[in-house]
Design a protein around this ligand. Structure first.
Ligand SMILES: *Cc1c(COP(=O)(O)O)cnc(C)c1O
Length: 244
């Protein structure tokens, strides 16, 4: 695993150099779904602090098992689809929910975050390639959802996330990553009318673009990703075939 992590970090740095970016702008999230605790601890001991899970039960269990030893040093990310009835369990354990794609989910997060008196950091997931099999809002739905979410006082919209198509040639995803960055900038620089309604949005904290996985993260970084989510590239193959 040490070699894999070193190699990944090196490739992220090289992608930053090619695109004139500072490597400190990019956070590496090790996607540990299906992987045992000892592998997470091994990655931790090699310097990894951010871990991504796609299932709430698994995130909650691993959080519990590692909390006593590592406390808040491990940052858990909920990267997979989130059902409304699981919001309560995960909301105070994940540092970031990457996968908000409906206002109903937004309202549930608001309700549960209010009860716990916390502010929940979220990303809006976009189905950038309009794939039937993927969650996320369409480009047309993005701004309306964003405008609703920023009215909720216990939610802080931190940025955008996408899962690009599964491709063998990562260059094929460049157009999607580039489009994501454009949408991200459009929202960040949008003039939000703060007039009469209460708006809970600060463009300065809208600063996360989560995109890029094992097969395409270098292109994603070149196109502006600030978080990459890497599973097999760090932990090796998963036991099941449909893990994406
Ligand atoms: C599994 C998963 C990843 C990591 O996939 P790899 O191809 O193994 O790097 C990234 N993001 C999400 C949302 C995932 O579910």
């Amino acid at each position: 695993m040490e070699e894999r992590i070193k190699d990944t970090i090196m490739r992220i740095e090289a992608a930053c150099n090619r695109s004139g970016r500072n490597p400190s702008e990019v956070t590496l999230i090790a996607v540990s779904k299906t992987k045992p605790l000892y592998m997470i601890e091994e990655a931790y001991n090699l310097g990894i602090r951010h871990f991504g899970e796609n299932k709430v039960q698994e995130l909650v269990r691993k959080h519990k098992d590692l909390e006593e030893i590592y406390g808040r040093e491990i940052k858990w990310h909920q990267i997979g689809h989130l059902q409304r009835n699981k919001v309560r369990q995960v909301i105070d354990k994940a540092v970031l929910i990457h996968s908000v794609d409906s206002i109903r989910l937004g309202h549930m997060i608001e309700q549960e975050a209010a009860k716990k008196d916390i502010i929940c950091d979220v990303l809006i997931q976009i189905n950038i390639a309009k794939e039937d099999t993927k969650d996320g809002v369409s480009i047309d739905e993005l701004v309306p959802l964003f405008m609703e979410l920023i009215r909720l006082p216990h939610i802080r919209v931190r940025g955008l996330m996408t899962i690009a198509p599964f491709v063998t040639d990562p260059e094929k995803n460049r157009e999607y990553f580039s489009k994501m960055r454009q949408l991200f900038i459009d929202i960040k620089t949008k003039n939000i009318d703060n007039g009469l309604t209460d708006i809970y949005f600060d463009p300065k904290s809208f600063n996360i673009l989560s995109m890029g996985m094992t097969g395409d993260y270098e292109v994603a970084v070149e196109e502006g990703a600030t978080m990459v989510r890497i599973g097999t590239g760090i932990f090796g193959e998963r036991e099941y075939a449909d893990a994406r």
